[in-house]
Design a protein around this ligand. Structure first.
Ligand SMILES: [Zn+2]
Length: 276
């Protein structure tokens, strides 16, 4: 029997509606469980799809100091530093949400703050850093995200910078970009399993990973993810959903929930331990 493309499209649509209705039921119970498998991927869009072979398995202390940063918070108006303007502004001619900053930074800040708020409530030793100045030319200035994030890493903490990836062919999708200068740990592993796994030395080793700072790409700023964020009816729910997915993954990493029950594709990971 031959099925047409439309047939599969219809099946996909029915599945999407089913998952959305499952979600709206759990919503009424004040639960934003990220364990509705597949749902978040439908909402966040594609995950990074590149072969990589790292694994995080270093045990972390539950009282580990976690620092959450909003990507591009200190590099507005600097060449390649502003972050993506998103599909809505770049391609659809919509207005940016705040004319002083990129749409990506607008969302990075909201997600950063939601993660810290929820993380505190769930017992994490977590805080954010806000540079306060939107344009700091020297990346090594002590007030930049990178300087403050690197300092936290040197003290044994965990620094995570929130980003949204570019739309269309300019982006790769959601996932964790691992650091280059620290041992990869169970939180890295858990975030990678939840969001996707970028290769080490992605784009030759970006500024943050070189300083031990992790980058979390939430998703490409396009399509339904961007629409749901822009829509005032769904904005709060989306931000809470994203924050919950991040905090869940951090907690799972700290308490090693599910991490020793690998579900990854064979061949995706072949190293028994992390790179040094
Ligand atoms: Zn970014």
């Amino acid at each position: 029997m031959i099925f047409s493309k439309n047939y599969f499209r219809r099946i996909y649509f029915i599945l999407l509606i089913f998952l959305l209705s499952t979600f709206s039921q759990s919503k009424s119970n004040q639960s934003y469980s990220s364990d509705v498998s597949g749902f978040n991927d439908l909402i966040l869009g594609p995950q990074i799809n590149k072969r990589t072979n790292w694994i995080g398995n270093k045990v972390v202390n539950p009282s580990l100091e976690i620092l959450i940063l909003a990507g591009h918070a200190d590099s507005q108006g600097i060449l390649n530093g502003s972050g993506t303007s998103g599909e809505a502004v770049a391609l659809k001619g919509e207005l940016s949400l705040d004319k002083n900053i990129s749409d990506e930074l607008f969302w990075n800040i909201k997600v950063r703050d939601a993660i810290v708020k929820l993380g505190k409530r769930r017992g994490l030793n977590i805080r954010s850093y806000e540079p306060g100045i939107r344009k700091i030319i020297d990346p090594n200035d002590e007030r930049t995200n990178w300087s403050v994030g690197a300092k936290n890493v040197k003290k044994g903490g965990y620094s995570l910078e929130i980003h949204f990836d570019s739309y269309g062919k300019y982006g790769n999708g959601s996932g964790l970009i691992p650091p280059l200068s620290s041992k990869l740990n169970n939180i890295d592993e858990s975030l990678a399993r939840s969001f996707g796994r970028y290769p080490l030395f992605f784009r030759g080793g970006l500024g943050a990973p070189r300083r031990g700072i992790r980058i979390l790409e939430i998703g490409k700023l396009e399509g339904s993810l961007e629409r749901n964020l822009r829509d005032l009816q769904s904005r709060e729910k989306m931000i809470k959903l994203i924050a919950n997915k991040v905090v869940d993954a951090i907690l799972k990493g700290i308490y090693k929930v599910d991490l020793f029950n690998p579900k990854l594709d064979e061949g995706n990971i072949f190293l028994p331990s992390s790179y040094p």
